[in-house]
Design a protein around this ligand. Structure first.
Ligand SMILES: [Zn+2]
Length: 72
């Protein structure tokens, strides 16, 4: 199980929605809006499943770095 994460629009922090799901289930979720009380800023956010990601998933790491070492 992985935790569904969203980005807090006020602080820019990744915050947990306290929802846990399997990656295979998460990928098949319809685009629905959900509400949560944000632990980062204390306000309520409406978030979409399409803008959420799973903790530990590649999307969390957005900095690009060379994936392969190419032998010259
Ligand atoms: Zn927030």
């Amino acid at each position: 199980m992985s935790t569904v994460m969203i980005k807090c629009p006020n602080t820019g922090l990744a915050v947990s929605t306290a929802i846990e799901t399997e990656p295979s289930v998460f990928r098949q979720l319809p685009k629905v809006a959900s509400r949560m009380l944000c632990p980062a800023c204390g306000k309520e956010h409406v978030w979409m499943t399409s803008s959420a990601w799973l903790a530990g998933a590649p999307r969390l790491v957005e900095t690009r770095r060379p994936a392969k070492t190419v032998a010259a």
